[in-house]
Design a protein around this ligand. Sequence first.
Ligand code: FAD
Ligand code: NAD
Length: 478
Amino acid sequence: MAEIYDVIVIGGGPAGYVAAIRASQLGLKTACVEKWINKQDKPALGGTCLNVGCIPSKALLESTELYETACHQFKDLGINVGEVTLDVPRMIERKDQVVMELTGGIAMLFKQNGVDWLQGEGQLLADRQVKVTALDGKETVYDSKNVVIATGSVPIDLSVTPLNGDIVVESAGALDWESVPGSVCVIGAGVIGLELGSVWRRMGSRVVLLEAMDTFLPMVDKAIAREAQRAFTKQGLDIRLSTRVMGSKVNHGKVAVTFKDGEGDHEETFDKLIVAVGRRAFTDNVCSSEADVLQDERGLFHVNEFCETNVPHVYAIGDVVRGPMLAHKGSEEGVMVAERIAGEESSVNYDVMPNVIYTHPEVAWVGKTEEQVKSEGIDYQVGSFPFAASGRAKAKGDTTGMVKIVRDRKSDRILGAHIIGPSASELLAQTVLAMEFDATTEDIAHTIHAHPTLSEAVHEAALSADGRAIHIGNRKRG
Ligand code: FAD
Ligand code: NAD
């Protein structure tokens, strides 16, 4: 029998590594089991988020947005440059460097905090024992007082469009192409479809998104989703709703995709196909049957609000449990679980969970949409402000979008904030903070915002809820 730990975390993604670091900070003897092997064939921490998700996609979004600005906006801004050209291999290399530095940083944080990284595959046995199968196949069983399952998620496969590692890929494959495909088809106009579709469109690919649903971004406030669809379509993303993909066939280095829409059956040929139809919890073989941890029909572990499973001292966090599949959601659950194990009162405020789509314009929201509050029968009002009326957005030459705040008419509490526009991801943070502190739109209205900043648009949206915005004609709504 190997060492006894206070906490063993299985999975070293943003949920698991954060739980492990926080547990160790609180004086608990902690290990984290992680099996990831990276592109360089080396064990790596950071999970989906750091290796093939949030971070590499944002590195490519950043490079390609600058490329697009240089190609199409510099002239307008009074900057003449020579011919702007792409170096895709360098772009991918930079993305890989960012990933390596950040994943290496987690390994360093483990060392500094005294977290043991057990490299290999973990499996929960009965009585909180964890079997770790090392990369060389050697098995060791560890005892732990508490176990946290954080094994994340993997892409959902479509049986009719099998992946082939190069032409038909899921999101990770589309982060590594070293030349620009002439055409890219994406199945799924969700978050990944829009972010990666934007990356390759900006580099010059013709991008078609085939979406099964008849509504674009159904989880987003309708007015914001409408604006987003308009902006992305104008940029050249070909978004086709109510479209059912029937199959794909790879032939002579291309892929023929067959699909059905309101007008009948079609076949179109593309250079690449990205399957981005959602992700599923990864729980294969994570628990032995003796561990007796309950899962639902989709594989998610049953947990309560504190991420406790049905087995005492066994917790599950991140993409393997209910709620949105977001890195920060998993990390907050990791902190909560570590603190509760250490005897602290800790919780996650699931009602105030920020969401961002990192396209340009960015789409960001927190809390309830106008449609949700309406259907719940809440007496509400809306305040909004377009970036076209923002001095800073004008100066930047980036005026698409708006800020929209939904408030409770009686209490003035903020029920939701919805932003499409420049730096929406950063602007959202002040509304998240306001909601966390139970602030009212009056509190935002009273807060002095520096001029000229994009954040003034949030200020003006709050003022507009009361018909007091200065830089637009006011019209009380709701
Ligand atoms: P993961 O990050 O999936 O980590 C789980 C880890 O567990 C993995 O490293 C895996 O190797 C390990 N593991 C699994 N089984 C075992 C086992 N038996 N033993 C040992 N180790 C095991 N979210 C955002 O919030 N913002 C974004 O911008 C964003 N962008 C994304 C872009 C893309 C392309 C993708 C695919 C996802 C993106 N996400 C984003 C989602 C985000 O990556 C996930 O929500 C997040 O990574 C979930 O964290 P997690 O720790 O639960 O799981
Ligand atoms: P998603 O749920 O956002 O989008 C999948 C889309 O595919 C949906 O619109 C769905 O209707 C559609 N779809 C499903 N089956 C289909 C089919 N057979 N044919 C056509 N369309 C189909 O999922 P995703 O984009 O794959 O992302 C997975 C997860 O990763 C999401 O839950 C998201 O939270 C997370 N993620 C987050 C970010 C971010 O926070 N910026 C970025 C990327 C991914």
